[in-house]
Design a protein around this ligand. Structure first.
Ligand code: PBG
Length: 323
């Protein structure tokens, strides 16, 4: 038998050769850093389940955003932790809510940094659910008005893009109408279109103090068993006026990212969520994995699956690793 003519190892022989034939690349501008803003001054409170991530008061947040800009990140996404939570999520859409004030401060200090806001109610409700409670469930249509109001208040404060993460039906259309009716037709919507009811949000709920007080989110977030339904969600969000789509979480849902990439022409984002981050950090802290290699391999996998950009708590470290 003849010796093989094809030897794929020829193109793996050196780093120079591997670099030349590399199909997928990572760049700092593909990463979006999630940040948590809280009341107070000089507050920088580490989130125990997410080492290296903090609840930041506005002054500290501004510093973090300056760093994000100097590292060349694609942007940041803001989550607000309000002073008071109530049944009506009042601070989610208050003109002077924590997120709205934070947006104004960041935009004044670092205007060229792309600033996205998460639009949801779970951080602002006393019960931790993503909308208005009726009986034992979230009332979809009543919640739409809150979301539209919140998105508008973020745009008024200066947000470059709004990202609804609540999974109510019809929220993209409700937000689009409200933005357009008030002079914000240029503000894009990044829809968390395929957001699964995932256990991997656990550490985030500590960070945002947003664990539901009763029940869970399975009546609005997607069943992890479903893929076709994700395409249906995305199709509807595009019809309603979404400019970009997101899949969340990322690594356990690479097939969904790939399907979205093949099916839709719009930019696709993926959210490497808190639990995905914490698993890697925890394993590294135990000496079981090399942190930097695990970080970079997970990020390149998400890009290879088809994501144009990644929301990740590794954004700064990955940008530094890329040099
Ligand atoms: C708000 C929201 C959540 C996340 C992003 N936006 C939590 C949830 O749905 O419970 C999770 C992000 C993460 O885990 O990093 N609805």
């Amino acid at each position: 038998m003849a010796f093989p003519i094809q030897r794929l190892r020829r193109l793996r022989v050196s780093e120079a050769m591997r670099r030349l034939v590399r199909e997928t690349r990572l760049e700092a501008q593909q990463f979006i850093l999630p940040l948590f803003v809280c009341p107070g001054e000089g507050v920088r409170k580490e989130i125990s389940s997410m080492p290296g991530n903090f609840q930041l008061s506005i002054d500290q947040l501004v510093k973090e955003c300056e760093q994000a800009r100097s590292l060349g990140l694609g942007g940041v996404i803001l989550f607000g932790i309000p002073e008071h939570k109530d049944e009506l999520a009042s601070e989610a859409y208050a003109e002077n809510g924590i997120t709205q004030r934070a947006v104004r401060a960041v935009k004044a200090a670092v205007p060229e940094l792309l600033l996205i806001t998460d639009v949801c109610n779970c951080e602002y409700t006393s019960h931790g659910h993503c909308g208005k409670i009726a009986g034992n469930d979230v009332d979809n249509d009543a919640t739409l008005a809150w979301l539209a109001e919140a998105a508008l208040s973020h745009a008024r404060a200066g947000a470059d893009m709004v990202a609804p993460s609540d999974m109510m039906d019809g929220r993209v259309a409700a937000i689009r109408h409200s933005l357009d009716a008030h002079g914000f037709s240029k503000t894009p919507i990044l829809s968390y279109a395929a957001k699964y009811a995932s256990v991997f949000y656990g550490p985030f709920r500590e960070a945002a103090e947003s664990a539901p007080a009763f029940g869970d989110r399975r009546s609005y977030q997607m069943d992890p068993a479903n893929a076709r339904e994700a395409l249906h969600e995305m199709e509807l969000d595009l019809e309603e006026g979404a400019d970009m789509l997101m899949v969340k979480p990322a690594l356990p849902y690479l097939d969904i990212i790939r399907m979205a990439r093949e099916r839709f022409p719009v930019p696709i984002g993926a959210y490497q969520v808190s639990g995905e981050f914490s698993m890697i950090v925890a394993a590294a802290r135990n000496g079981w994995l090399d942190l930097e290699r695990a970080m970079m391999e997970s990020l390149i996998s998400i890009r290879r699956a088809g994501a144009d950009f990644i929301l990740t708590y590794f954004a700064k470290d990955a940008a530094r690793a890329l040099g």
